[in-house]
Design a protein around this ligand. Sequence first.
Ligand code: RB5
Length: 155
Amino acid sequence: MKIAMGNDHAGVEMKNQIMAYLQQKGHEILNVGNDDPLDRQDDYPVYGEKAAKLVAGGQADCGILICGTGVGISLAANKVPGIRAAVCSEPYSAKLSRQHNNTNMLAFGARVIGVELAKMIVDEWLNAEFEGGRHQRRVDMIMEIERNGHLASAE
Ligand code: RB5
């Protein structure tokens, strides 16, 4: 798979470890994150947007975002039309975020979880598939809010 990766200074070390882990498994990484952990003036929205645009534009199959908590960078990515990014600190939510919510980006915090847990989360997320069915309707509703600013069914 082609996987976009974005991170700020807080996520550099973890990004490097996850990137190596995924490359070892044969994935291609499009790294648009910061590579300087000392650059504390960088802003996570820059990297969230870059990675999200690769996913939304189809240049990447999916994306992984890392900042201190995973929150800021996922919020930024979710502002790019077509993106459904979820912050996950354990594998269960990561798997379900794919199966039920059809997430196309996964985020986590380098200051929240360790790298071995991050690898487990990434594996569960990448191996899970969207189940469609009743979940499709709900994902469609999320995208309707993005498109129209509201749900027609709620009017
Ligand atoms: C940077 O210090 C930190 O705010 C950022 O990495 C992230 O945790 C924001 O959500």
